[in-house]
Design a protein around this ligand. Structure first.
Ligand code: 0A1
Ligand code: ZN
Length: 856
């Protein structure tokens, strides 16, 4: 029976499962095209649900060989079958607990969607979040059904892994047993010719844990950093959250074909290999930072996600927002906190603000979806983390610690909700969080409109909050907004240290008394809330804050605002960059007292996409080519203005000795790269070509190549780079991406198209697909070339990828999410591309939902 059109699922329709599971036993007889999965599942009626219900089991793309309930085979026609599962009528079920047995056949080799059990380079692996387990066997595939799993794998592959602790193993088989009840989305299995890099960790209570990172033969030398990051994560979670690891084994497997970054399967994390493998010659500083952060993220899920999971997928932010918040805390403890915060806010604005401002805007906890895989978004993850940061700021560090202790005590073993989460904070801190809860239900980025007055030593900030309408939410109620403010006197001394104003009304005023002179305010310090600050400020005031603010985030933000003002005026009025900005930049560049990483960030111009949104917000239709040209012109002006110091800065940041991936060294390299980028505009790439020849690490090699490509040089190096790294998939991904993202705007589509014809363009591999097609988005002017060639190319490839891998296709449709920002011609071209995708016969549910929402 074919199911009718895909239906939306609503949070308000939640009902508890009719049956719970006490134990799951699975046997896998692995075969590339015909794997047999034998399941024995112990069910019992859920006392919290209505009695006498049928048993509903999810199942997709399964060939049912046999099934039995309580030892009695189910003959054909007893179950209602559909493409999404089967239903066993209540009159076929015993009154109490019963055993379900089934055998199904699946086709891992034919599974290109990379969801369920699939093959990657000859190895078997799984991805079950969110709803992939139903492609492995019939099961109530929902996170509020939790059970211990026993698994037996039969295969002649040398390494056979699953969740939990090791059981019996012998020739051609291995058994695993996971004692912790878990939802099916945390199930994992891996089988292949893999090599393990092993280590040990002793928990704070003295339990020994065996750690293993499994990689393809030849990659063993690239695991040290991931292993070190894992041990640091384990220790940090004990020290900061009191959370200890709870199995005798923790394994990580690196796979080349993976839709996302990584997956927190209990005791067996599976990673996209780009977030595990790192060596100085193949990985950049950015890669090292990502490996550290993602290893931590997946490890931290063991408590926030696995021990306490989500009741249903609407609660995704319960585990994701919290785990992102925790990995951000970890990285800022391991590295520089201000630099980490600036990086996180840059990413939030680039991805989440963009989402919140467009047709895909949705609340941190959505209330309906068609395909849940489309909701692994920046809003759920990054805004979800910001909401927790605000909670922490409001209740204080001690309140937060009490609330988290209570959360772990009260909900360990539960499938919980956002209501449970907020209740824990209410109980631990005696606060009413009803209004705060709106952060979870209202979409859109609040805008704070700030004006001020000063009289008789009293300085008053008048603040209005307003959240624009978003799809399905025309009107918004005021939210609780923690606004961290400090005041400086005209000499640059801080006269009021950071104070958190708690805004709850649509309009509110806050007064500071006993001030000798009108102060300069530093508002939204440390980016204390995910909002847009609207306040008219002078260039002088911005330069003053860039020079004097004691809050590193706002110091950077002041420089950022200056750069945006200058760029906006260059685009709209063809103005020349004034000396105020260039002088301020020079002071930053010369200030040896500042962390080099901070200086690199302060010297980095806003991205072209950021400028497009900024102009759009100011009522100007952005022209991507004009933005690109203005940005290039400003870089040249910066290079000329700083020409006297660039060679010295470039040399001073050259740290002697072998490459080390630590934050300090990476910061120096980042500043050196900034200097190189500017220098190249003056010396026609001489320094960059030399750096390319001399580089002994990927950060400097790729940085030099990027600097050359930016000025239209580097073709010879492109060839050399390929010949040097042809054998390394992850490095060749960079090679593809760099050429696409650095192509001149009018040649971007052509460059990307030529790369899709390269023999190494293995388009079914998501990393490789993204490295060419996705990288076009990094070339904003090229993507928005007025010919529409890039739009067409992207649409062609998304149409081709959709039947093979709907999940990655659907994610990548977000390249078009900003279409409403642009002029009528570009809008027409983008809409045409989207409509062409929408009209494709048999388009997946994933992509249909996304394109429909983007078109609105
Ligand atoms: N839970 C993982 C992310 C993830 C989600 C879905 C996936 O496949 C559809 C894979 C991974 C995390 O937050 O890291
Ligand atoms: Zn996660």
């Amino acid at each position: 029976m074919k199911d009718s059109a895909p239906q939306a699922v609503f949070l308000s329709d939640y009902t508890p499962p009719a049956y719970l599971v006490d134990r799951v036993s699975l046997v896998f007889r692995l075969d590339p095209a015909a794997t047999r999965v034998l399941s024995r599942i112990e069910f019992r009626p859920n006392p919290a649900a209505a009695p006498g219900q049928p048993l509903r089991l999810d199942g997709e793309k399964l060939r049912l060989i046999r099934a039995a309930v309580a030892g009695t085979a189910l003959e054909d026609g007893v179950c209602a079958h559909s493409e999404t599962g089967l239903t066993i009528p209540a009159d076929r079920l015993p009154d109490g607990p019963f055993l379900w047995e089934a055998e199904v056949e699946i086709d891992p080799a034919g599974n290109t969607a990379l969801e369920g059990l699939y093959m990657s380079n000859g190895m078997y692996c799984t991805q079950c979040e969110a709803e992939g387990f139903r492609k492995i066997t019939y099961y109530p595939d929902r996170p509020d059904v939790m059970a211990p799993f026993d698994v037996r794998i039969e295969s002649d592959q040398p390494v056979l892994l699953s969740n939990g602790n090791r059981g019996a193993a012998g020739d051609g088989f291995a058994e695993w047993s996971d004692p912790w009840p878990k939802p099916a989305y945390l199930f994992a299995l891996v089988a292949g010719d893999l090599r393990a890099v092993k280590d040990r960790f002793t928990t704070k209570s003295g339990r020994e844990v065996e750690l293993g990172i499994y990689v393809r033969p030849g990659d063993e030398g690239k695991c040290d950093y991931a292993l070190d990051a894992l041990k640091r994560s384990m220790k940090w979670d004990e020290d900061v959250y009191g959370r200890e690891y709870d199995l005798a084994i923790f394994n990580i497997v690196a796979v080349d074909d993976f839709n996302m970054g990584a997956m927190e399967n209990k005791g067996l994390n599976i990673f996209n290999s780009k977030y595990v493998l790192a060596s100085p010659d193949t990985a950049t500083d950015g890669d090292y930072e990502n490996v550290e952060g993602i290893i931590a993220h997946e490890y931290f899920h063991n408590w926030t996600g696995n021990r306490i999971t989500c009741r249903d997928w609407f609660q995704l932010c319960l585990k994701e927002g919290l785990t992102v918040f925790r990995d951000q805390q970890f990285s800022s403890d391991m590295r520089s906190a201000p630099v980490k915060r600036i990086g996180d806010v840059l990413a939030l604005r680039a991805r989440q603000f963009r989402e919140d401002n467009g047709p895909l805007a949705h609340p941190v906890r959505p209330s309906s979806y068609i395909e849940i895989n489309n909701f692994y978004t920046a809003t759920v993850y990054e805004k979800g983390a910001e909401v927790i940061g605000m909670l922490k700021r409001l209740v204080g560090d001690a309140g937060y610690a009490r609330a988290l202790d209570l959360y772990f005590r009260r909900h360990d073993g539960d499938a919980a909700t956002i209501e449970d989460w907020l209740k824990v904070f209410e109980d631990a801190t005696d606060r009413d969080l009803t209004q705060f809860g709106r952060w979870y239900t209202q979409a859109g980025t609040p805008r704070l409109h700030v004006t001020e007055d000063f009289k008789d030593g009293c300085y008053t900030l008048h603040i209005k909050q307003e959240t624009p309408p978003t799809p399905g939410q025309p009107a918004k109620a005021p939210q609780v907004i923690p606004i961290a403010v400090g005041l400086l006197n005209p000499n640059g001394d801080e006269v009021v240290p950071t104070t958190v104003l708690e805004m709850t009304e649509a309009e509110q005023s806050f007064t500071f008394e006993n001030l000798a002179a009108r102060p300069v305010p530093s508002i939204l310090r440390d980016f204390s809330a995910p909002v847009i600050l609207e306040r008219t400020t002078s260039t002088e005031e911005r330069a003053f804050l860039l020079a004097h603010d004691t809050d590193p985030f706002n110091k950077w933000e002041a420089g950022r605002a200056l750069a945006k003002d200058v760029l906006a005026r260059m685009v709209t009025d063809n103005a020349a960059p004034g000396p105020a900005y260039l002088d301020a930049l020079e002071r930053v560049a010369r200030d040896d007292g500042l962390d080099p990483a901070f200086r690199a960030l302060a010297l980095r111009l806003p991205s072209e996409d950021d400028m497009a949104q900024t102009l759009f917000d100011a009522g100007v239709t952005p022209d991507p080519l004009a933005i690109h040209a203005a940005r290039e012109k400003l870089m040249l002006a910066m290079a000329e203005h700083l020409s006297a110091i660039l060679p010295d800065l470039y040399e001073a940041m050259n740290i002697p000795g072998p490459y080390a991936p630590d934050a300090r060294a990476a910061g120096c390299r980042a500043l050196r790269q900034t200097a190189l980028g500017l220098l190249s505009r003056l010396d026609h790439g001489k320094a960059a070509a030399k750096q390319y020849r001399d580089a002994d690490n990927m950060t400097e090699q790729l940085g030099a190549l990027g600097a050359l490509l930016t000025i239209g040089a580097g073709q010879e190096e492109v060839g050399r780079f390929y010949r040097q790294w042809e054998h390394d998939r992850l490095v060749i991904d960079k090679w593809f991406a760099l050429q696409t993202s650095h192509a001149a705007p009018h040649r971007a589509a052509e460059t990307a198209q030529a790369l899709t014809r390269h023999k190494d363009f293995d388009w079914k591999n998501p990393n490789r697909f993204r490295s060419v097609i996705g990288a076009l988005a990094m070339n904003a002017a090229g993507f928005h070339d007025p010919s529409g060639a890039s739009y067409e190319l992207v649409a062609d490839w998304l149409i081709r990828l959709d039947p093979v891998n709907p999940q990655t296709t659907a994610r990548m449709t977000t390249m078009f999410e900003t279409w409403r920002r642009y002029d009528a011609d570009r809008q027409d071209l983008m809409r045409d591309a989207l409509r062409r995708i929408a009209r494709t016969p048999e388009l997946s549910r994933d992509t249909t939902e996304m394109v429909g929402r983007i078109l609105g």
